[in-house]
Design a protein around this ligand. Structure first.
Ligand SMILES: NC(=O)c1ccc[n+]([C@@H]2O[C@H](COP(=O)([O-])OP(=O)(O)OC[C@H]3O[C@@H](n4cnc5c(N)ncnc54)[C@H](O)[C@@H]3O)[C@@H](O)[C@H]2O)c1
Length: 328
């Protein structure tokens, strides 16, 4: 099949490209390399059935051409990460909403199956864990920029479901919970790579707030196994589906685990949210997915643990540091 992956030079998109290319599909990636990296897909360049286009998804003319010639579309391009959202709120909203509008519009015109990733952020301030796809949602005020990401993604969900309702566009919406693994950079505030990198360098690990907020981390390889299955299962069309891992850990315990597993001498320091993100930042205390729907639809069952994640991320950083030293 001909598969288009927007944002395919990013963290999740590049693992998806590896998997689908490995299965013999023709892969086209469009990415503007804003948070994605060329090195994530460099190994695919020059191979048959692979094409990387460096451009923006906001280029509607190009997107029409790419979607028309594809059999499947995975729309992974997005403004991502809490830090980016706090620093560039206008770009965040425009990229997420306008970009998805373009993708869905052409997928509807040419009747293409399309997967739209959303995020556990849409659960907002919900406290009744685990989060189920049809839960009511409460978010903060519009003066708190953090919620812009969640609201823009939520609008993407509404638009995707509206296309399904009006024209039966075969679209699947996936709410990804924290997804981690090799290739994710800590640059935009992602906590696991940030902690593991600091631990390996014996630098201080900065935990925001009191560290009692908890998260669940899914290995990117479990996630990219699930995404194509969802798009190949017609009972998933017009559905919103959680994907992640339900193993929960507080951020403080995560920092301790990263230090312990890397045999680091790092200290752990608590810093207030305002210092990390500026005024007006609100966080969610817990974020645990209910995975029953994904299990029922595609038999989804993550197999990789948090220890697997920390080991894989640490091993990648060790390789990177060796190359840096060799090139110095
Ligand atoms: N990683 C997670 O924990 C997580 C959690 C929830 C949702 N998601 C969603 O999964 C998707 C992939 O996220 P990721 O973690 O791989 O992030 P990422 O930043 O690594 O990937 C996003 C990619 O989109 C590209 N991009 C951004 N704007 C673009 C534009 N205008 N035109 C073309 N390309 C553009 C970036 O360069 C990057 O390669 C996103 O939709 C994100 O919202 C991820």
């Amino acid at each position: 099949m001909k598969i288009l992956i927007t944002g395919g030079a990013g963290f999740v998109g590049s693992h998806l490209a590896d998997k689908l290319h490995g299965e013999g599909h023709d892969i086209t990636i469009i990415d503007n390399l804003s948070t994605g990296r060329y090195t994530n897909v460099e190994h695919l360049e020059g191979q048959e059935r692979f094409r990387l286009i460096i451009d923006t998804i906001l280029n509607a003319k190009l997107m029409e051409e790419l979607i028309r010639e594809s059999d499947r579309v995975f729309h992974m391009a997005s403004a991502v990460g809490v830090r980016l959202i706090m620093e560039q709120p206008v770009k965040t909203i425009e990229t997420i909403f306008h970009g998805t509008d373009i993708v869905l519009g052409f997928c509807a015109r040419y009747r293409k199956r399309v997967l739209i990733p959303s995020t556990s952020e849409v659960y907002g301030k919900g406290t009744s864990v685990p989060f189920r796809e049809d839960d009511d949602i409460l978010k903060g005020s519009t003066s708190k920029h953090r919620w812009a990401y969640a609201c823009a993604k939520e609008l993407d969900e509404f638009l995707a479901l509206a296309h399904w309702k009006e024209s039966r566009l075969p679209v699947v919406v996936v709410r990804l919970f924290n997804t981690v693994g090799p290739r994710q950079t800590g640059q935009y505030g992602m906590v696991v790579p940030r902690f593991v990198r600091a631990a390996l360098k014996n630098e201080t690990l900065q935990v925001h707030g009191d560290g009692n907020q908890s998260r669940c981390f899914g290995h990117v390889l479990d996630v990219v196994e699930a995404l194509p299955k969802l798009l190949e299962t017609p009972s998933c069309f017009g559905q919103v589906i959680n994907i992640g891992n339900a193993e929960e850990i507080t951020i403080k315990n995560l920092a301790e685990k990263a230090v312990e597993m890397t045999e680091s001498k790092s200290e752990i320091q608590l810093i207030p949210y305002e210092e990390a993100y500026g005024e007006g930042f609100e966080d969610m205390q817990r974020r645990v997915p209910c995975l029953d729907k994904a299990k029922g639809l595609i038999g989804y069952q993550p197999t990789r643990t948090l220890e697997n994640i920390i080991n894989d991320v640490a091993n990648e950083f060790r390789r990177e540091f060796k190359t840096e030293i060799a090139n110095a």
